[in-house]
Design a protein around this ligand. Structure first.
Ligand SMILES: [Zn+2]
Length: 267
């Protein structure tokens, strides 16, 4: 069963490798579908171009919290247009980062609220980035979920590194939770504890490439093909057969992003 890398940045620099190289090498490793994540409006055309070039790449449209201060109201209008693309499957990544605070917290909170409203309006799930901001995040996610229809998928908490309580609260709201290569890091025992506690039918995996290469690739630039290591580690943590876990991860990702099962799911 092939895997989906639910979160990678294909328009970033990969030491000479092109997006075509990354997509091909992912396929060879058993990763046949990729979701290319956007982080701001000025570079969104690059992400869309990659998505359009490969039938098995989909994309998102969003403004990362780091970019919240640089973003303009005009960008929000443009973003709305970008969400109408048939291969745009989510609004993201969006969220709050009170660790780096590259944009002020006030501006992050305001932009995040606007982007959640936009996602609800266009009926797309959200890809959430959250660092050191669990309390504020939960309050904004609760407001967002309140306005969703009962059958809507709210989205995914990407690169989960939060507390067990935060994760459970997000699951209660209907969110999926995605683990990156951090799950394989020696020091990440509390994260593995969370992975054991969360139900398999709500989990995704991702690389967040070019960042966070999983064991045994640490120190190298992360690439979508490496998501296999994270998924295998998750199967170990869950004490379940690899096939069963890979199948669940694929099904969850297809459901979360509303991927066309005819194109995304091959057996
Ligand atoms: Zn990312």
């Amino acid at each position: 069963m092939a895997l989906i890398d639910s979160h990678c940045h294909l328009n970033y620099e990969y030491e000479g490798k092109t997006a075509a190289d990354l997509v091909r090498e992912a396929g060879l490793a058993g990763v046949d579908t990729l979701i290319a994540i956007a982080t701001d409006v000025p570079t969104l055309p690059e992400v869309v171009a990659i998505s359009e070039a490969f039938p098995n790449v989909f994309h998102t449209a969003g403004i990362h919290p780091h970019e919240a201060a640089a973003a303009t109201d005009e960008h929000l209008v443009e973003l709305l247009g970008f969400t109408q693309h048939p291969k745009c499957k989510a609004v993201g990544e969006i969220g709050l980062d009170f660790y780096y605070n590259l944009s002020s917290q006030e501006i992050q909170i305001q932009r995040f609220g606007q982007l959640l409203d936009l996602a609800r309006e266009v009926k797309l799930p959200v890809v959430i980035h959250c660092r050191d901001a669990e309390k504020q995040m939960l309050s904004q996610l609760q407001t967002y979920c309140h306005g969703l229809s009962a059958d809507a998928v709210p989205g995914v908490i990407h690169c989960f590194t939060g507390s067990l309580e935060f994760g459970k609260a997000c699951l209660d709201l209907g969110f999926y939770i995605s683990f990156s290569g951090i799950l394989t890091f020696k020091t990440a025992e509390s994260l593995r504890e969370a992975a054991r506690a969360f139900p398999l039918d709500r989990l995704l995996v991702e690389t967040d490439s070019p960042y966070l290469a999983p064991v045994p690739f640490r120190g190298r630039k992360c690439e979508p093909s490496m998501v296999v290591s994270t998924a295998r580690r998750l199967a170990e943590i869950k004490g379940l057969p690899v096939d069963e876990v890979f199948e669940a991860l694929r099904r969850n990702t297809v459901t979360c992003f509303g991927l066309d099962s005819a194109t995304a799911v091959k057996t």
